[in-house]
Ligand binder design. Structure first.
Ligand code: IVH
Length: 678
């Protein structure tokens, strides 16, 4: 094939991929299998790699991201992005309707739409190609986020058909599906839990709601991460001097033909009565959707009438938003119970009489800490109001005092641990109570042991939560160091343990003695020392003995180590019990220092690069490859993400990993290619 033919071939692939992308993501009605789709995409990726000079900047391969945006330039909107006036009641809605009728002279047709709770966006197309995407900002100017918007699969990079205007601006909402948001938060929770944060701290650090997260995601510098966040869009507005639609409804349907995703629940209403029915219908139904909606937008359908009605300084007179009130429910506070975390943090939890709220049954709500309960004067038996805003966890927002029983008494916060009865402590300036009895309080000990065996820590797969509980209750283990003194006879006599399981457990424990120092450090469960912090500390200090001696100031000097972490590390090593456990681990032969070959990279040829290894290799074992990566300043991780630079694939490499790498456009290399790099 000559250059021209190759270019034609690439254009044809782009056209096909765009079309199938549209069928899949916008119409939800694919015509070909994922496999066939991937083949088309891979063919295009291959051609673009071979002929980068022919690559189209709007190629669908751009979806996986790759561009880094350091600064988002401010761009002035060609046409101001207005906002909407809000109403909260049918009376106000009627007033709006009366104003419209008065100006128009008759009852016009309306279009009702869901008000998507996302981030408003304006996207410019020239000759059918996406050129620029800008956030709403203050309505006059916004930030240019083109590279990130290009990763959103429901936003066409090239328009479909041949009747679109040369210059087109479309506006709409970018949002994060609730499912995606929840998953992201679950992953974040896991990470924070592993760092030893308590419920209160975790709650503070979790992502607040899908809208904030979508807004934050659009402003990420690395478009690869944006691509992995699976944002979605609904478009509801087209602007072009070349268009001559008569109605809003028509224009939105046309936008759909050009490839945009438009909300399927748009409805024309010929009376205010129908508008109200639409509002009432979605008041409850909206909770079944996979995106947040905070109201309904009512628009006069005819463009002629829209022009007649005009606008105020801030909002059009031809449209209004009907906002739903945040869902609230009243229910009985049946009890307040307390959870003890692995660090001893006490979290009070409200036990509620089950109540329906925003599409789910609510039975419990976090009460944060003692101050919260005192401030609200919550009492057992009270009727309380619970609310679910954009947030996922329901909140207790107040008490219905009119329903309070005259004999009720203020709630007395516990003074002793509900598990081990130790006197609770509360540190200066902290809102949380702690149980100080780290060495004997059941949930604390179990929590620490369970953390110790997890995959990223000592990875003792043959032990599980239930087994650990059984060992603990039988008095065989009091700390994780005790795992290493367990004997065959001790385990086999317990109920449910056969020869094979027993040997397995002992083998798993024995094997963990080889786990490298950074992971052992992480396994200790020092508060705020998660996997990455443990790595940083291990590589900086090289051994537990050096780390033990480090002062607060010395710790603060380490890259990415803040005061909170430094204080926690110092406190940990001050505690004689912890020192005793460390000595026991040393006796049992665990790795409490870096090996020679783990120390100091030889060079930084792989600096800034992240590798994932999969499969079996000819010249090196996987562990050896890992070491090589680290010795040359690179990073090795277990799973592929937007941050991965290379997948080193050997024989029998995991098909999932290969597929994901291809999807994210991550380079796949073999052992030799890797060795060449170093
Ligand atoms: S129309 C001039 N339609 O709500 C009219 N807006 O409060 C412009 N929004 O900034 C807006 N869903 O971000 C319109 N179906 C919808 C909408 C919608 C969500 C947002 C939009 C706007 C804000 C106004």
């Amino acid at each position: 094939m000559n250059k021209e033919q190759i270019k034609l071939k690439m254009d044809d692939l782009i056209r096909q991929i765009n079309y199938h992308n549209y069928r899949y993501y916008v119409l939800n009605d694919p015509e070909i299998s994922d496999y066939e789709f991937d083949q088309l995409l891979n063919e295009l990726i291959r051609l673009e790699k071979e002929h980068p000079e022919l690559a189209d900047p709007n190629s669908p391969t751009q979806r996986v991201g790759g561009d880094i945006t350091k600064k988002f330039p401010t761009v002035k909107h060609k046409v101001r992005m207005m906002s909407l006036d809000n109403t909260y009641s049918f009376e106000e809605l009627e007033e709006f309707h009366q104003r419209v009728v008065k100006a128009v002279g008759y009852e016009p047709e309306y279009v009702c739409e869901l008000k998507i709770d996302g981030v408003a966006i304006s996207i410019h197309y020239e000759n059918g190609k996406l050129k620029q995407a800008v956030t709403r900002g203050d309505g006059i100017q916004g930030d240019e986020v083109t590279a990130n918007v290009k990763t959103i699969r429901t936003i066409p990079l090239t328009l479909i058909g041949n009747d679109y205007p040369n210059e087109l601006e479309v506006r709409g909402e970018i949002f994060m599906p609730v499912k995606v948001f929840k998953k992201l938060n679950e992953e974040l929770r896991e990470e924070l839990l592993e760092k030893g944060l308590n419920e209160e701290e975790i709650e503070q650090q979790l992502l607040k709601n899908p809208r904030n997260t979508a807004a934050g995601t659009l402003k990420l510098q690395d478009s690869k991460i944006v691509a992995s966040r699976k944002l979605d869009s609904y478009l509801y507005f087209v602007i072009s001097p070349e268009l001559s639609f008569e109605t809003h409804y028509e224009s939105v349907l046309k936008a759909k033909e050009w490839g945009f995703k438009v909300n399927p629940y748009l409805r024309k209403c010929t009376s205010l009565h129908e508008v109200k029915q639409y509002i009432e219908h979605w008041e409850k139904k909206r909770f079944e959707l996979d995106y947040d909606t905070d109201g309904i937008v009512i628009k006069v359908n005819s463009f002629k009438l829209q022009r007649l009605l005009g606008e105020t300084a801030k909002a059009p007179r031809w449209a209004i938003a009907y906002k739903y009130k945040a869902e609230q429910a009243a229910t009985i506070l049946q009890d307040i119970v307390f959870q003890v975390g692995r660090t001893g943090a006490i979290t009070p939890v409200a036990v509620l009489k089950p109540v329906q709220l925003a599409g789910t049954t609510v039975k419990r709500a976090s009460l944060h800490n003692a101050d919260f309960i005192a401030e609200k004067d919550l009492r057992i038996g009270d009727t309380v109001f619970v609310e679910k805003g954009g947030e996922i966890i329901p909140k207790v927002i107040g008490v219905d005092l009119s329903k309070r029983d005259s004999s009720s008494k203020p709630f007395k916060y516990i003074t002793h641990c509900p598990e081990c009865h130790s006197t609770l402590i509360r540190k200066e300036g902290e809102a949380i109570h702690y149980c100080p009895n780290e060495t004997e309080c059941r949930p604390q000990i179990l929590g620490k042991m369970i953390h110790f065996i997890t995959r990223k820590a000592m990875n003792i797969e043959s032990l599980g939560e239930k087994t650990i509980e059984q060992f603990f209750d039988a008095g065989l283990v009091k700390s994780y160091a005790d795992f290493y003194k367990l004997s065959y006879d001790q385990i086999i006599q317990l109920e449910g343990f056969q020869d094979k399981a027993t040997r397995n457990i002992l083998q798993g424990i024995e094997a963990s003695k080889k786990v490298p120092f950074p992971r052992v450090l992480y396994a200790l469960g020092i508060r705020y020392v998660g996997e990455t912090v443990a790595q940083k500390l291990a590589h900086h200090f090289k051994s537990i003995d050096a780390l033990k001696k480090a002062s607060f100031e010395e710790l603060c000097e380490v890259e990415e180590i803040g005061e909170k972490i430094a204080a926690s590390v110092v406190e940990y090593f001050k505690n004689p019990y912890n020192l005793e456990i460390i000595e026991q681990l040393r006796q049992y032969g665990l790795q409490l220092a870096l090996n020679d070959d783990e120390i100091k990279p030889l060079d930084d040829k792989l600096k800034g690069l992240t590798f994932v290894i999969s499969g079996v290799f000819e010249k090196h074992s996987r562990d050896e490859l890992k070491k090589l990566i680290i010795q040359h300043g690179g990073k090795n991780t277990g799973s592929i993400s937007g941050k991965t630079s290379y997948l080193i694939a050997g024989e029998n490499a995991g098909p999932e990993k290969l597929k994901k790498a291809e999807q994210l456009n991550i380079k796949i290399i073999n052992e030799d290619e890797f060795l060449k790099m170093i």
